[in-house]
Design a protein around this ligand. Structure first.
Ligand code: ADP
Length: 519
């Protein structure tokens, strides 16, 4: 198609030059020639002669032929006229034909593209509606547990029963948080906004936390987790430990979920290669569960996909975990693959790039990490902390938080520590209270979204007070805005740290100890 055009364009040049040469050399006194040259030029150059142009060209040609036929012009000029007219008409017809066939091909292509897009849209809509119904199930189930267990807890007469109900509420809440985090992660992946936050971390400790999280599910199904961490893994690594933990947790949780009771699960980790402190970490999670067919393997890393449509009915799950894991692994410069046969268990193998940490170049002790389903405890992050009685006696916090229940939670959970807590219901009140009592507060916990004045503005203004420049009064954001961009905004507004909601009491205590126990 393109060649047609090029030939037509180039063909117009010699013909037009010839026409001009005739006019010039033969000093043709024919005024119509002056008119016909731009028409010819236009016809040739304009690949797509519009209806109007074709019409006007025809009128001009007719007029011109009439003039030639009736006037007394030289033979050369007559000849030239015929050549010009015939050639330009032939080319114009050729162009129109080419345009028509091009148009037909384009129409066909557009039609096929539309059909493809329609099929794709229908498939996406089907996958998304299935996903929505799974999500609804995944969200309603733990909420139902929270409602039900709250009712049971209220009625229960013994402390033991009440505690049991509370533990189940904790588990259900953790599960719900996991589902919400997965959905948010997926949204970030789709918007290409998922980012890593590398830090130096202790690999063994990170693993222990992961094993504690899955330990509860392992215990429930009486499964055995065999751990083999190669001693060539440095004690400290640099990378995004939280995201790595998320991937391992997801793979282990799947292994537990798809393996029958009393089954075995293996966890293997080693350094596959190292050069100049850049390590390739290789991790394998192997189970003895239902396995995955070759056809299923292809699809499982796509968002919203599960192996079979009845998987969610049997096992639950959102179908997001593997897609998120794959993206995280790719961001870490690695890849993931599955070795499995239906009914014969599955092995997920992935690599990621990490750096050897600077803090401690030693390697792991030979024994690696011992994990024999020790009393793993409940996995929730609610109330798993240990507050120390009177730990913060003599210290005062200003808590800026507009939602009453959030104030109540913090005040109650920190009750034992004897931390004095004054409350403000918005940023403006917090600012005024600090202005009135510049030396009263040792730390500020600041919600971000509040009426009257938000936490960011309040922090900026507190930092403008002469008594509280950056580095003086610690201000910690305590907010449900948990994306990296949100944390960056808090720090830019003069805050010193960030605690995400729902609050993890271990982290709350860690922050309080960091800032209040300095001296
Ligand atoms: P979810 O488990 O929440 O549905 P994932 O993305 O983690 O979402 O897993 C997607 C699907 O992959 C699962 O629904 C299941 O069909 C399959 N799958 C994942 N891990 C395993 C495993 N270890 N054994 C068998 N099937 C698995």
């Amino acid at each position: 198609m393109k060649w047609n055009r090029i030939i037509y364009r180039f063909a117009s040049v010699p013909v037009t030059v010839l026409a001009i040469a005739f006019v010039y050399f033969f000093k043709i006194p024919n005024p119509m020639m002056i008119l016909i040259i731009p028409v010819v030029l236009f016809t040739y150059l304009d690949g797509y002669t519009s209806g109007i142009l074709s019409g006007s060209t025809a009128v001009i040609y007719s007029a011109y032929f009439f003039f030639i036929a009736t006037s007394d012009v030289v033979a050369a000029e007559k000849l030239m006229t015929i050549v010009l007219a015939v050639s330009s008409i032939v080319i114009m017809v050729g162009k129109l034909k080419a345009r028509d066939s091009r148009t037909i091909v384009q129409l066909k292509e557009a039609q096929e593209e539309l059909v493809r897009k329609k099929d794709y849209a229908e498939e996406i809509s089907h996958i998304k509606s299935e996903f929505l119904s799974r999500m609804s199930h995944e969200i309603r189930t733990p909420i139902n547990a929270v409602f039900g267990m709250t009712a049971i807890g209220k009625k229960a007469e013994s402390i033991e029963q009440k505690n049991q109900a509370l533990n189940k509420i904790g588990e259900a809440s953790s599960h719900l948080l996991g589902v919400i985090n997965d959905v948010l992660d997926m949204a970030k992946i789709e918007a290409d906004k998922l980012e890593l936050a590398p830090v130096e971390y202790n690999f063994g400790q990170m693993l222990k936390k992961v094993f504690t999280v899955v330990g509860y599910q392992l215990d429930e199904k009486r499964q055995q987790l065999v751990v083999n961490v190669n001693e060539n893994i440095p004690h400290y690594l640099i990378g995004d430990d939280q995201r790595l933990a998320q991937v391992i947790t997801n793979l282990l949780a799947n292994a537990v979920k798809f393996t029958p009771e009393d089954g075995e699960i293996r966890f293997d980790a080693s350094i596959a290669s190292e050069s100049d402190g850049d390590c390739e970490l290789c991790i394998e999670v192997t189970d003895s569960g239902i396995g995955i067919s070759d056809e299923q393997k292809e699809r499982l890393f796509s968002a919203y996909e599960q192996a079979e449509s009845d998987i969610s009915r049997k096992y639950g799950g959102t179908g997001l975990g593997l897609a998120i894991s794959k993206r995280i692994i790719e961001l870490m410069g690695g890849n993931i693959r599955i070795e499995s046969e239906l009914g014969k268990g599955a092995r997920f193998i992935f690599t990621v790039k990490v750096r050897r940490g600077d803090t401690d170049p030693r390697t792991m002790p030979a024994s690696g990490i011992d994990f024999v389903n020790e009393d793993s405890g409940v996995t929730d992050n609610i109330g798993s902390d240990t507050t120390v009685i009177n730990e913060f006696a003599g210290k005062t916090m200003l808590l800026a938080e507009d939602i009453e229940i959030n104030r109540e939670i913090l005040i109650t959970l920190l009750g034992d520590t004897r931390l004095e807590i004054d409350c403000a219901e918005n940023g403006k009140d917090a600012l005024d209270m600090i202005g009135e009592h510049p030396n009263k507060y040792d730390i500020v916990f600041m919600d971000v979204q509040m009426p009257v004045m938000d936490g960011l503005e309040a922090s900026r203004r507190i930092r403008q007070l002469p008594a509280h420049p950056q580095g003086k009064l610690p201000i910690i954001a305590m907010t449900a805005n948990v994306f990296k961009s949100d944390i960056d905004k808090c720090l830019a507004a003069g805050m010193d740290g960030h605690l995400g909601k729902p609050l993890d009491m271990d982290k709350v205590l860690e922050v309080l100890r960091k800032y209040l126990m300095k001296e």
